[in-house]
Ligand binder design. Structure first.
Ligand code: CDP
Length: 211
């Protein structure tokens, strides 16, 4: 059996990692999983079913029953779902339940690109190429504000505060915190267009795959 090709892309909110991951998957003919959607879906299901986001046991149990169609729930891209996701994502029980799902997805031929916070460090430590994508918080907030304000009226300062709080929670949690893996390439997209960022990501990944 040919081992599947796995690529890990991590980074904070609105760094460009989602767009880069989708384009990289197309370039190498791989499947793509936005792992943030798993956490967003768990938070959304808990909210709907009256499970407190802080209840690690109940949220973890709910995460074990996630099915693929849950990733198509409405409203998963909202700021509220993002906030909820970063609360349930701090529970080891939730992370353990979602770990198997992510690895099963990645291991199926021909392989996959996963984007998230702990892909290069925890989910796929043996990925063939790893990127950590970042950008200054104000630039990330402006990008996310443009996206969100297409569908609703939202203040830039609320988006910035949300991103800063989420970054702090994601980086500070003791279980699988957001951090650059030792063997990941760093890509700072602050001064890049998304087209430039995708091209630079492809150059870095080509360099890793050709080693
Ligand atoms: O799109 P954005 O970067 O804003 O968020 P996301 O990737 O959908 O992730 C939402 C939240 O899920 C993050 O703030 C993390 O708390 C959590 N998450 C995580 O802990 N681990 C992952 N691999 C992916 C997301």
């Amino acid at each position: 059996m040919t081992p599947s090709l796995t690529i890990a892309i991590d980074g904070p909110a609105a760094s460009g990692k989602g767009t880069i991951a989708r384009q990289v998957a197309l370039r190498y003919g791989l499947r793509h999983l936005d792992t943030g959607l798993l956490y967003r879906a768990v938070a959304s299901l808990c909210a709907e079913e009256g499970i407190a986001l802080e209840d690690a046991v109940a949220a973890g149990e709910r995460a074990t029953r996630l099915v693929p169609s849950d990733l198509e729930r409405e409203g998963l891209r909202s700021a509220a779902a993002g906030r909820g996701a970063s609360v349930v994502a701090a529970h080891p029980s939730v992370r353990a339940a979602l770990l198997r799902w992510q690895r099963d997805f990645a291991e199926k031929a021909p392989g996959a690109v996963l984007d998230g916070r702990d892909i290069g460090t925890v989910v796929l430590p043996d990925a063939r190429a790893k990127l950590f994508i970042t950008a200054d918080p104000d630039v990330r907030a402006a990008r996310r504000w443009r996206e969100l304000s297409e569908t609703r009226n939202i203040a830039y300062r609320d988006v910035l505060r949300d991103i800063e709080e989420r970054d702090a929670r994601d980086a500070a949690r003791s279980n699988a915190p957001m951090r650059q893996a030792d063997d990941a390439d760093l890509l700072d997209t602050t001064d890049m267009t998304i087209t430039d960022a995708v091209a630079e990501a492809a150059r870095l990944i080509d360099g890793r795959l050709n080693r």
